[in-house]
Structure formats: C-alpha cells, structure tokens
Design a protein around this ligand. Structure first.
Ligand code: ZN
Length: 291
C-alpha cells in the first residue's frame, strides 16, 4: 500500500509517496509561491499515484483540531496568500482519501520516533533551528496539541548579560527565535549565518540560548530525549557546547540517569533531513487506520 506525504514549508513543498516501513519514492519539490499556483502542482503530483491516505505537515501556526470549524487552515502567516488558507480542502475534494494533518515539527518528531534513533520513545521533544525555530512535543505517546499546538520557538528567554542584541522577532523581540534563529545570528554578525566562522563568540551565545530553551523544556515537559534539527544544527561543534550549557544551567537540580548521559539525551536528527516527510507517511497511515 502506498501513502502520500506532503511537507508544506514556507519556501518549498516536498511531495513523496512511501510505504508503511518508510521507504520513500518519487520525491518532488515544488516552490511555495501563491496558493493558486502551488496547490494545483501538488494535486497533479498526487493524482494517479493511487495513495491510500495522505499525511500533511505544515508550517504554521495551523489549526490541527478536527472539531474546529477552521481545521486544516494555516492561520496567521506573513506569507502572502497563505494566511487563513484552507490547506486541506483541495486535497479532500480531489483525492478522496483520508488525510492526517499536523505541524511540520510534530511530524518531524513523529518521523524520528517511528523511523529514527528515537524509535519507540513516548516522551520526546524535537526542535528545529534554522530560518525560524519551532518544536514538536510527544508526551505519553501522544503528540501534544492542547488548545492549538506548542510554539516552542517563541518561548521567552533571558538575554545573556554580555549580549546587546535586541532580538529579531516582530512579536517579542528577544524570544528564542528572535535571539537564536539563523537571521538573528546573521544580523548580529553582519554576514549570513552559514558564513560565520567557527571561532566567532556568537556560537557561545547561541549555545547559551539553545541550552536555556532545553533547560526550560526539561523543567516543564520532562522529556526522555531532545532532538535538534534544522540548518543551524549542522554547524560542527555546537552540540557539545549546548550540552555543556544545559549541564551548567540545570546545575544538578534534576537527577536522572538519562541526564547523566547528555550525549544520548540531546541528539541530532537521525534521518538525513527526511524526518519531516517520513512523519507525514506516519500521519497518513494513522489517518487510514482511523478512517
Ligand atoms: Zn517571538
């Protein structure tokens, strides 16, 4: 049986089909322009592929509550044409298959838990740090939504005493995303994030902020694993700095065997950046099971 997967991002739409055991094929990348251009191209991709269900993971904020009248919509995005856009309606009408829907970051976490190193874990957090920062949470085996879904990237953090940067988030200035996402790194240093040299002091600040966010997550959600993905996390040397910040900032307050081994507690994404699209496959399988 084949399942459809759509990872809807603000710059690109990744489409693929896959099997229950996570073998992907026929991947196609479609640029995210205006919905009236982009959606027909995605529909063309899935038509005739005989998928049994579709899993959609989207940039957001989104409405993931099936009981809500605005279920399936991207709610507030500055991206022209996509604010309040009903992402699921065109697929429901044209494909006539069950559809699973969640945030891009919840799907990435699901991918890691079903197909990656975090296989079988019931309590874990996935954070992506790139152009923006977002996070997905699984607690007791269930992806966390609550009244909407977590927006971990906008958690408030304490600026480092030596950091004079005001922060780049248009809503909160110095939230985690405002201080630690790629554009904030770039603006601080006056060059693109990927060009900042490895010995620049900004990486110590970066580790301080990501470490602080992880400490907050440990204290509030008590996860058994924290997985870090996204472009910024490909930077070599950042993981050890983050682990050391977490140890320093927790300061021995929480004592569990898992925290004694931060190398296996704070880990990189393990699926070569396929965690999101594989999570979509799992969303599709679940939608089929529940239909
Ligand atoms: Zn913010």
């Amino acid at each position: 049986m084949l399942y459809g997967a759509l990872e809807a991002g603000g710059t690109k739409m990744v489409c693929a089909v896959g099997t229950e055991d996570g073998k992907l094929s026929g991947r196609e990348i479609i640029p995210t322009t205006l919905p009236e251009e982009t959606i027909p191209r995605i529909l063309d991709y899935f038509r005739g592929k005989e998928i049994a269900a579709l899993g959609v993971a989207s940039f957001g904020p989104i409405d993931p509550d099936p009981a809500s009248p605005t279920y399936g919509r991207i709610t507030s995005t500055p991206k022209p044409g996509w604010s309040d856009f009903d992402l699921l309606a065109p697929f429901r009408e044209s494909l006539q298959v069950p559809i699973g829907f969640d945030t891009d970051v919840n799907a990435s976490l699901l991918g890691e838990i079903c197909f990656g190193d975090a296989k079988g874990l019931q309590d874990a957090v996935y954070i992506t740090i790139g152009t923006g920062i977002g996070g997905g949470v699984m607690s007791g085996g269930k992806l966390l939504h609550g009244m909407l879904h977590p927006e971990l990237g906008h958690m408030m953090i304490r600026p480092h005493p030596s950091d004079r940067y005001e922060g780049k988030c248009p809503y909160h200035h110095c939230c985690l995303e405002g201080m630690a996402a790629g554009p904030a790194l770039g603006e601080r240093c006056g060059i693109k994030g990927e060009l900042i040299p490895a010995d620049d002091p900004v990486w110590a600040l970066e580790a301080y902020y990501i470490g602080q966010a992880i400490v907050n997550l440990i204290l509030t959600l008590s996860p058994r694993r924290i997985i870090l993905g996204g472009g910024v996390m490909h930077r070599e040397g950042l993981f050890p700095m983050i682990r050391s910040e977490v140890r320093k900032q927790l300061n021995g307050y929480i004592r569990t065997p898992l925290l004694n081994d931060l190398e296996h507690y704070i880990t990189p994404a393990s699926l070569s950046d396929d965690q999101g699209i594989l999570g979509c496959i799992r969303l599709a399988i679940k939608a089929k099971e529940e239909a």
